[in-house]
Design a protein around this ligand. Sequence first.
Ligand code: SAH
Length: 352
Amino acid sequence: MEKQDIKSLTLAQLTAQFTTLNLPKFRANQVYSWLHDKRVSSFAQMTNLPLALRGQLDGLFYINAVQIRRKLVSRLDGTVKYLYELQDHNCIEAVLMRYHHGNSLCISTQVGCRMGCRFCASTLAGLVRNLTPAEMLDEVYTAQQDSGERVDSLVLMGIGEPLDNLENVLTFLEILSSPQGLNLSLRHVSLSTCGLVDKIHELAQRKLQLTLSVSLHAPNDTIRNLSMPINKRYNIETLLDACRAYFEVTGRRISFEYALLDGVNDAPEHAAELARRLHGMGAHVNLIPVNEVAETGYRRGSRTKIEQFRGQLERLGVNATIRRELGSDIAAACGQLRRQEAAATAEKGDSI
Ligand code: SAH
């Protein structure tokens, strides 16, 4: 029988499994705490369990772990970019950013992505598979262990589309925020989506305290259809309707991401159109100077043009900020490190 992934189980699921094994509930609590509080890597380390039980669990379950395959540290601001290797040798990325208010970690939710956004490096080779809850937890646990610092906030903005892996993401968040685990409040979590409308409605029903960020990147369907294939399934008005419904159900304001693509979506009339669209939503717009990815052909406009776009949105009553860039000497665009590694490994005749 194949061993089961014990780190992906919520406390309730673990307790239910232990019940079927005729093990008392307090044993599930102990094991959960070893996994998510003390964060051990083997059953042998669970020293308050009888030896026979440690052996029994080892026969039934495995404990997931990720390895740091590469690590780049910014000389400018201490940002750390991790390339993690999973147990099946696939690679993903996470980035630890240091702000005055604490450490923020950006994590991946899938190996690759199938959303096909034209400016994005993570989607170029398509989707390989979803990440498990344990793999997402290990992105956080490993960054904490390696840096010796606590992760204070989390953004689901690395490789992958979190709402395309919603069930695992929700389990991950439940474990992450559990008092017996890292106890991270979901108020300190942002989830970014390219706009899977049916999943936004589903997420709203959970009434979580997290911040939903929507990658809009265009003021109208003509432009969005060209850069984001998802727009052909759910157009902007359908997406904004879902955002308004999300706000109504959860009471949480939505934040919109808008990557400025030179000569594509950054003219004054685009700012005016965007402001009209978002009017009355109390939305916040996060302007992102686009990371240039060689394969995509999109270019970054001048700093002045970006400032002007922001100023115009503000004058039209839309709260907007320009994303501060951290680790510009190491980061490259999201998904680039994994691609570089895949290319290097392919040359050696291996695969990632
Ligand atoms: N799939 C999710 C989350 C991952 S991408 C989403 O689409 O939101 C995180 C953010 O980075 C998204 O807003 C995405 O559109 C943006 N992004 C992707 N490639 C980029 C690039 N080359 N430059 C700037 N932002 C980019």
